[in-house]
Write a protein of this length. Structure first.
Length: 254
């Protein structure tokens, strides 16, 4: 296995929000970063430029993770160029909230297709390259919505619950081959996805602050490293304590 600095990562949803922070963090470690974006070419190019300006190596690819042919072309491109893929971060995601009774099948399908099927397609595509190396890291970006869902999050929470189940199944299947598969479940993070919510919340700092993309990128970089070799099939919650806070409040005697 090469030194950590020569490793090759694919990060989906690398053009905005949590994705660029993960790309920058991996790039800072010397990992060669291939970021995938759905349609924001300029934003993806800026992330590449930032990583290069900091002395790293990065490349942007347009690829919709919900389209099998695009996923396979992306992974083939990276393997042709680098000869290997060591790290996959399934970060691309969408949210379309509606109550169950009002959720159209097309909405449900769109969310499941990107958040869950996309991670399945990406993982399936990179596993042969990871098996060749007998070393790999797959990190799935889930959500606290699995454990603390809000009304209206049926498709989103179901997609992330499925993603956590996929994480454990994959860990059981490839663990003996040197591949570690884990998930990170962020709480509320200040990104474009949640812009309307944090703009309305008025909470800017203190213990109850919104998380930042950089609150997520460090744990992803750790899970992508050799040091995380003994962590397998887990979901790590990174939510500033909201989950335990909610439980504590629920048990408080009146
Ligand atoms: P964001 O909307 O700011 O960015 C999402 C990224 O995914 C974008 O780069 C977008 O282009 C990409 N993407 C969307 N559909 C795609 C597709 N079909 N193919 C390829 N790329 C696609 O969102 P974010 O807040 O940065 O979220 C990143 C991940 O973190 C998501 O999986 C999200 O569910 C998860 N998450 C976010 C929060 C939060 O509070 N922001 C909380 C928990 C989990």
């Amino acid at each position: 296995m090469e030194a950590a600095a020569d490793r090759v990562a694919i990060v989906t949803g690398g053009s905005r929000g949590i994705g660029p922070a993960i790309c920058r963090r991996l790039g800072k470690n010397g990992t060669i970063v291939h970021l995938a974006y759905a349609n924001a070419q300029d934003a993806a190019a800026s992330v590449v430029a930032e990583i290069e300006a900091a002395g790293g190596r990065a490349f942007a690819h347009r690829a919709d993770v919900s389209v099998e042919a695009e996923v396979e072309a992306l992974v083939d491109d990276v393997v042709d160029k680098e000869g290997a893929v060591h790290i996959l971060v399934n970060n691309a995601g969408i949210i379309e909230d509606a109550l169950v009774a009002l959720t159209r099948l097309a909405q449900w399908d769109r969310v499941l297709r990107v958040n869950l099927t996309g991670a399945f397609l990406m993982s399936r595509a990179v596993i042969p390259a990871m098996l060749d190396e007998r070393w790999g890291r797959i990190i799935n970006i889930s959500s606290n919505s699995v454990r603390m869902p809000a009304a209206g999050q049926c498709a989103y929470a179901a997609s992330k619950g499925g993603l956590e189940a996929l994480t454990r199944v994959l860990a059981a299947e490839v663990g003996r081959k040197g591949i570690r598969v884990n998930a990170v479940a962020p709480g509320r993070i200040k990104t474009d996805m949640t812009a309307a919510l944090w703009a309305a919340s008025g909470v800017e700092d203190g213990e109850n602050r919104w998380g930042l993309p950089e609150d997520i990128s460090g744990i992803v970089a750790f899970l992508a490293s050799d040091e995380a070799d003994y962590i397998q099939g887990q979901t790590i919650t990174v939510d500033g304590g909201r989950l335990v806070g909610r439980q504590r409040a629920a048990r408080r005697p009146s």
